[in-house]
Design a protein around this ligand. Sequence first.
Ligand code: ADP
Length: 755
Amino acid sequence: MRQLPDLSTCAKEPIHIPGAIQEHGILIATDTTLRVTHFSENYPRLFPAITEGAPISSIVGEESCAALLAFFAGNNAEKYFLTKVTAADREFPCLVHKSKHTYIFEIGLHGLEEGGESALLKRVNRLLAVLSEAEELDYLLSRITVTLRDFLNIDRVMVYRFDENWNGAVIAESRKEGLPSYLNLHFPASDIPEQARSLYQRNWLRTIPDVHYSPVRIFPDCSAGAAAPLDLSDSVFRSISPVHIEYLKNMNVAATVVMSIISNGKLWGLVACHHYSPHFLPIEIRYISEMFAKILSSSIQKILLVHHSKHTSFGQELLNRVNVNILKYWSVSKALLEHDPDLSELVPCHGAVVAENGKLSVSGEVPDQRFLMSLFNWLDENQEKDILFSNHLQKDWPEAVIPESASGILSLRLGKAPHDYIVLFRSERIGHIHWAGDPYSKNADASGRLSPRKSFELFKETVRNTSSKWEQHEIEIMLQLRVYILEFLAFEKIRLETLVNEKTQQLSRTLQVMEAAKGHAEQNAALKSHMLASMSHEIRTPLNGILGITHILAAKSHDPEQKNYLELIIQSSNRLLKTLTSVLELAEIEANKKDIKIQECSVDPLVEEAINILQPLAASKGIAIMYHASLENHSCLADPNMVSQIIYNILGNAIKYTVKGEIAISVSAVIMDQMKYTSVIVSDTGIGISKEFLPRIFDPFTQESMGLGRRFEGTGLGLSITKKYIDLIGGTVSVISEKGKGSTFEVRLPWKKSR
Ligand code: ADP
C-alpha cells in the first residue's frame, strides 16, 4: 500500500478561532453580566443601534435574559438555549451558548416560514419513526438516508464510516436522480483533518448553507488589541476553513449539513448531506437535526452492541469448550491445535503456532521454522502488550520479507519468558479500494501549499500483502483465552511443585530407612567381625599348640603309619588356619575396618613378584607361566597390598585349577568411559567353569565342586575377597570361561582420566 500524502499543514489550521462567521447569521457576544463585547460586522442588518457595553436585554428582552441565566446556572446537558429576538418587526430565532466567560448569541437570518411549525412536527414524526423500526445496521442506514433527504429536502445524504486510520467510506447513500453515486467510495483521512474531527466529536451538527458566502468579520478581533480571539468551537455560524470550502467547491457542492455519529464516546462516522445549490436551514430544523444525530448515534450504538454481544456469547461458548479441553488433555498446545474446537474455530485463521518453553506446536498454514524464529525475536522486542495484531505485517515490520501466509498475525504473549507465544496467521487477501479521486496526488498551489484534490473521479487501488482485519470481538476472545491459559499454567506450576515436594519427602523417608538399615548392617558387621576375631583367636591358639605338638611327635615317631597320620593332622590344621585367616579378612572388609592406602603404584613389578612366588608350584605341576615383561611401565592408583593379593589370588587359582597346559599373564593399558585402566589378564588351559556356576563365582564359600568328592583344595573365599578388594579400589573384574577348556580372568585397575 502506498503512503498517503501528509496534509498535516491543514491539520494545524486553527479552525475554531476564524474571527469570522458565515453571512446567514449575526453573532453578538457578551460578558457574564450580559453586556456586549463582540459583534459580527453585519449587525446593522437587524440591530443598527447596538454598541459595545450595551446590555443584551435591549435585544432579547429582560425575560429571556433571566431564563437564559437560569438555564446556564443549572446543570444542563443541553449546550444551546433557544430563544427569539424581535427586530425590524419580525421574530428571528436565536441560539445562545456559553464559551468560557462569554455568552455567544447567534441570530439566524433564515427562520421557519410563517406557520411552518405544525408541518415541521409531522416531518419530525416521520423521521424519528425510522429510528425505532430498524434492527439491522444496513437497513437502518439505508432507511435514514432516504428519510433524512426528504426531511432536509436536500440533494444527497451519505453515511460515512471511519476505519481505524480515520479513512472513511460511504456505506449508505440516497441521492437525487441524475447525480453520480458515491456509495462504497473511500476518502483518505486527510480529507477531514484531526482538528476538524475533534470539532465533529464536540458538535453534533455543522452547516454551510452556501459555500460561496463572504465571511463576516467579528470585531474586535485579537489584532485590534482584544485579549484573545473569540473561541467559536460551538458556534453554529462559524466561518469555515478555506481549504474545506475549496474541497467542497472542487466537488461542485454548494451547501452541506453534516451530523456526527458518536458511538461509545468515539467518532464512528458522519451523516454528510450535500446540496448542489445554496440551502438555508432554519435554526429550528437545525435544532431538530441535532437531536436526530444524538438519537441516531444511540440507535447505531445499540445495534453494534447487540451485534458485538452475539459474537461475544458465541465466542464465549467456544472458549469454554477450549478451556475444558485444556484441563481434559492437560496441555495447552494439544487442546488448542488437536481438538475440537481448535484455534481456527475460535478465531478464524489459516494457521496457528503455540510456542511453550522453546517447544513449537503448529497447525494449518504457517511460515517455515526460520521465519517463526525471527518472528519471535521481533515480537520479543516489539510486543509490549499482552496482544499484538496486524493485518499488514509487512507495513509494521518493513525490514523483513513476510511470507504470504503471515500477511496478518495476532500474537498473544503468554509469559515473561522470551518466545512464549500463541500466534495466529492469516494469509494474504488481495483487496480493492475504490477511492473518490486519487488520494496520492499532491496538489500544491504556487506557494507550495497543499490543496485538496481537484477530481473525485473513481480511482481504483489494489491492496497487496494484507489479510482480513482482526475484529474487536476476536481480540477480546483471544485476551480471554490468554487469561484461561495463564490460570492453567499457574495451576500446573503449583501441581508440579506439590509433586516435587511429595517426591522429595518420599525420597528423604526412604533415605532415612536406608540410613537406619545401613547403621544396623554396620553394627552387625562390626559384631560379626568382633566375634570372628575373638573366635579365630580362641581357635588359633590351641590349633598352633596342636600343630607344634604334632610336629614334635612326627619328628620323634619311627612308625610309618603313625607318621602318616601325624602328617595328615598337620595338613588339616594348616588348612584350618588358612580358612581362619580368610574369614577374618572378609569380616574386616565387611566391617569397613580394612585400612586402604591408595597411591600410585607400578603393576608390572607386582605381577612379576606373584609369578616368582608361584613359579615353583606351577613347575611342580608341569605348567608353564608365559609372561612378556613390557618396556612400558603400567601404573595404577590403588593400595599396592591389595593389588598384590588380587594378582596372587587369580594366578594361584589358575595354577590350582589347571592340570596340564600353560598359563599366560599380560599387563596392558585400556580406556573405558574416558578413564584409563591398567588391565591384568590371566588365561589358563584348566578345568574351566560351567555356565551355571559362573554368575556365583564371587560369592563367599562357593566352589564349583563341593563336598567330599572335591578334587581341588580351597576355601571358596579367595575370589570373594579378591572382588571386595577390587570394589574397594574402584576397579573391575570379569571372567570368560568354558568348561574343560580353560578360563580367562581380567582385572582392570583404575589409573586416570584419559585425555
Ligand atoms: P577356592 O579356594 O575354592 O579356590 P575361590 O574363591 O578362589 O575359592 O574360587 C571359587 C571357585 O571358583 C573355585 O572353587 C572354583 O570352583 C572356581 N574357580 C576359581 N578360579 C578358577 C579357575 N582359574 N579355573 C576354574 N575354576 C576356578
